[in-house]
Design a protein around this ligand. Structure first.
Ligand code: PMP
Length: 449
């Protein structure tokens, strides 16, 4: 431990609302700051570092790629790294997904997916189809196209004048709406709202529906109710509407399957992925789609889209190594197994703290939502800022968790999403630190504990 020297003022304005310590080292599930304090990365950053930090196999692969060259412009050279990553990605993707388009992040992946969908409509003479229906709440990215899909008013409102408004349907928040999760009628109820919206807009104008198979930051690990995914697939097919899965957070293995959507028998037409795909080793994302979408686009002259860094060999080499680690170390199975253990422990916490209203998620994409009344599911008073306060209290214990307002301007949920390499001992440590943070929060907020 060294004495904490005051940090010089930062010129960055994309950082946290409070000043955080500087990172010195990251390894496995832990991150250390420059004062030598250790933090358990209980949210894998922003659900990114799925295989843990500084895996030597990924670092070696990146080093080897750096020695060969860090950049080869995709219009000038093919690279082994990009070709291999595309092969591996298609092998994991639903049947008929034969081509991949690389990008550098989640917003780019979503933009690429909706533009590829539109290019397909253009190429197949369905030019009246341009609307992309999405859900509220949702988050699909910060660039204007992806933001137009994002059902989260505090982020979208200032920019609405600059965006084409896109139709929205309610996300299937069965718990919040007081509906049973395992009754197929619940899934049918939410899917019917999608169909009603398609009919209201005019099916000939609707290009696609985009959803997160397991919700991320905006909904707090929302798992769809029984029957929903299958019904959505059927409705999209019947109306000629493409189904896009935003797997930016749920893809890459976190739910226990490589794609979150693989937890249901309802394959999408297009997939956008990032976060756990590069697992924090490099800015990386991808769009992949069924050949019935890609081939007409290629036949019509190609996809006029791209970013300079797309297919960057260093990022792709990292991606290849990340996928190899997931496979070699059986991390999908571990995410399922440890996810069950962690979820059960979070449910036990809900027994102890009555203000934990719901514990949900799949694999290691887990969250809990806080309420002032479990029966009515009324949120905690807004001025408690529980979502921020709990993050800070956990941080003080050396535990990193991720949080958002769950209902637009009110409501609070906390995502607990440690890396897929986590063990039972890590779960113990998470629960111990979280218990302390929750106890402190309850005391200062005057809540029962
Ligand atoms: N889609 C989803 C589901 C996400 O969770 C995010 C990031 N939180 C994005 C898109 C945007 O990704 P990025 O921040 O990498 O642009």
């Amino acid at each position: 431990m060294t004495d904490a020297a005051p940090l010089p003022p930062s010129r960055l304005f994309f950082q946290s609302r409070v000043r955080r310590p500087r990172m010195a080292k990251a390894e496995g599930v832990y991150v250390w700051d420059q004062q030598g304090r250790r933090y358990l990365d209980g949210s894998s950053g922003a659900m990114v570092s799925n295989i843990g930090h500084s895996d030597p196999r990924v670092l070696d692969a990146m080093r080897r790629q750096m020695e060969q060259g860090t950049f080869g412009y995709r219009l000038h050279f093919e690279t082994e790294a990009a070709e291999r990553l595309a092969d591996m990605t298609c092998a994991l993707a639903p049947e008929g997904f034969e081509k991949v388009f690389f990008v550098s992040g989640g917003s780019e992946a979503v933009e690429g997916a909706i533009k590829l969908a539109r290019q397909w409509a253009w190429a197949t003479e369905q030019r009246s189809r341009w609307k992309v229906i999405s859900r509220t709440p949702s988050y699909h990215g910060s660039t204007l196209g992806a933001l137009a899909l994002s059902g989260y008013r505090p982020l979208t409102e200032p920019f609405e004048a600059m965006m084409r408004p896109m139709p929205k349907v309610p996300a299937p928040r069965a718990w919040l709406d007081g509906l049973p999760m395992d009754d197929p009628a619940t899934g049918a109820h939410y899917a019917a709202m999608l169909e009603a919206k398609i009919l209201e807009e005019g099916p000939e104008t609707v290009l696609a529906f985009i959803q997160e198979p397991v919700g991320g930051a905006s909904t707090g690990a929302l798992v769809p109710p029984a029957g929903y995914m299958e019904a959505v697939r059927e409705i999209c097919t019947r109306h000629g509407v493409l189904l896009i899965h935003d797997e930016v957070m749920s893809g890459g293995g976190r739910t226990g399957r490589f794609w979150g959507g693989d937890n249901w028998n309802a394959a999408p037409d297009l997939i956008a992925v990032s976060k756990g795909y590069g697992a924090g080793y490099a800015p990386l994302g991808a769009v992949t789609a069924h050949d019935r979408i890609v081939q007409p686009v290629l036949a019509s002259g190609g996809f006029p889209h791209g970013h300079t860094y797309a297919g960057n060999p260093l990022a792709c080499a990292a991606g290849v190594a990340v996928l190899e680690v997931i496979e070699q170390d059986g991390l999908l199975a571990n995410a399922s197994r440890i996810g069950e253990v962690l979820k059960a422990r979070l449910q036990a916490l809900a027994q102890r703290f009555p203000f934990i209203g719901d514990v949900r998620g799949l694999g290691l994409l887990l969250a809990f939502e806080m309420v002032s009344d479990r029966e009515t599911r009324a949120p905690l008073p807004k001025n408690l800022d529980a979502y921020e306060r709990l993050v800070d209290l956990a941080y003080a214990e050396g535990l990193i968790v991720y949080s958002r307002r769950s209902r637009g301007t009110e409501g609070d949920h906390i995502l607990v999403c440690p890396p897929m390499i986590s063990t039972e001992a890590h779960v113990d440590e998470i629960i111990e630190k979280l218990t302390t943070a929750l106890t402190r929060f309850a005391a200062e907020a005057g809540l029962p504990a």
